[in-house]
Design a protein around this ligand. Structure first.
Ligand code: NAI
Length: 329
């Protein structure tokens, strides 16, 4: 068997960090052959073609074929997994409404093309920002495909949160579990440590032994550090997060296909869980069971957590309404 994987924006930075790991089996494992479709816009074709030549030179055992195209119907033909990375970045002086409109012009047609030509089991991971609302637009444009097949990447935020907790607690990152991200993949996101554990012990208890005022630390240090980590990377590296974003994309998709043994985070379509308006693509604590994301239900939320989640969800509602005003949804 082989899985057909379409990567949009494959000629870009994250694309370059993704392709070789997928072809090496990091995403689907060593038993699954892969066919790669690299979908670009005309300006990005050369970079994607160059990556395709290098993929050939790697002589990966698992890689059956690579095809480069700027035609969406060809790009998504029979694809089982679509990683939507290519997006329109915010240009100088660009207002949020302009950004949403420019991306609606990408993700609407791509959703329609996926509905028209992808395999019936297609699963879509949106990486390109604004990821949650782009996923919402793609899902709304994909007639006949269940909306839950469209997700937005918030795994990088979760990985950043776990890494920050590991550093603060002087623990290995593998010991830190259950740190879901709620809401939007943006500065309003809520990385939630309420139920987090370190080596099976509550993180809040462990933090109290190291930090004078845990609430203040969460509010003033931890949450801003996680939410603004992208900006920190740009400042230090001189370029945005690339390998870590590709890694999170691989982990998200791997877990969706192969399942999880604990909670993780993903932007998934709400059915009204935790008061998040139905239809929004919001990040939740999730499990992956039998190839489907399931929102972890029944968690107690403090008033503080509730307020944080509500603020991020309000931003998602505003994004949805701005897109509706454009006549897209
Ligand atoms: P990049 O600018 O290096 O590459 C983007 C590529 O997309 C370019 O090659 C461009 O030609 C292509 N592209 C643009 N429109 C397209 C279309 N309609 N169809 C196909 N390809 C198209 O950007 P980079 O660094 O690879 O980032 C990609 C996106 O990922 C950005 O929107 C970025 O904000 C987002 N991102 C999301 C993260 C997340 O956690 N959700 C984390 C990091 C980045």
């Amino acid at each position: 068997m082989a899985t057909t994987i379409t990567i949009t924006g494959a000629g870009g930075q994250i694309g370059y960090a993704l392709l070789f790991r997928i072809a090496a089996g990091d995403m689907l494992g060593q038993d699954e052959k892969v066919r790669l479709r690299l979908l670009e816009i005309p300006q990005g074709l050369k970079a994607a073609e160059g990556a395709a030549l290098e993929l050939q030179d790697c002589a990966f055992d698992l890689l059956e074929s690579v095809e480069v195209t700027d035609d969406a119907a060809t790009g998504f033909d029979s694809c089982n997994l679509a990683l939507l990375v290519g997006a329109r970045p915010r240009g100088p002086g660009m207002e949020r409404a302009d950004l949403l409109a420019a991306n609606a012009g990408i993700f609407g047609p791509q959703g329609a093309a996926i509905a028209g030509s992808a395999a019936s089991d297609v699963r879509v991971t949106v990486v390109g920002n604004p990821a949650n609302t782009n996923a919402l637009i793609a899902a709304a444009s994909a007639d006949g495909i269940p909306p839950e097949r469209f997700t937005a990447l918030t795994r990088l935020d979760e990985n950043r949160a776990r890494a920050q907790l590991a550093a603060a607690l002087d623990a290995p990152v593998s010991a830190i579990r259950r740190v879901p991200i709620w809401g939007n993949h943006s500065a309003t996101q809520f990385p939630d440590v309420t139920h987090a554990t370190v080596d099976g012990r509550p993180v809040l208890e462990a933090l109290a032994e190291r930090v004078d005022d845990v609430e203040a630390w969460l509010e003033q240090t931890f949450i801003p550090r996680v939410a603004k980590r992208g900006a920190e990377i740009i400042e230090v590296r001189g370029s945005s997060s690339v390998a870590s974003a590709a890694n999170a994309t691989i982990e998200h998709t791997r877990d969706w296909v192969h399942g999880t043994d604990d909670w993780t985070s993903a932007g998934v379509v709400s059915n009204g869980e935790y008061g998040v308006p139905a239809g929004l693509v919001s990040s939740f604590p999730v499990r992956s069971v039998d190839g489907r994301w399931q929102i972890v239900e029944g968690l107690e939320l403090s008033a503080w957590a509730r307020g944080r989640i509500d603020a991020s969800v309000a931003e998602l509602v505003a994004e949805r309404d701005a897109v509706r005003a454009l006549g897209v949804l």
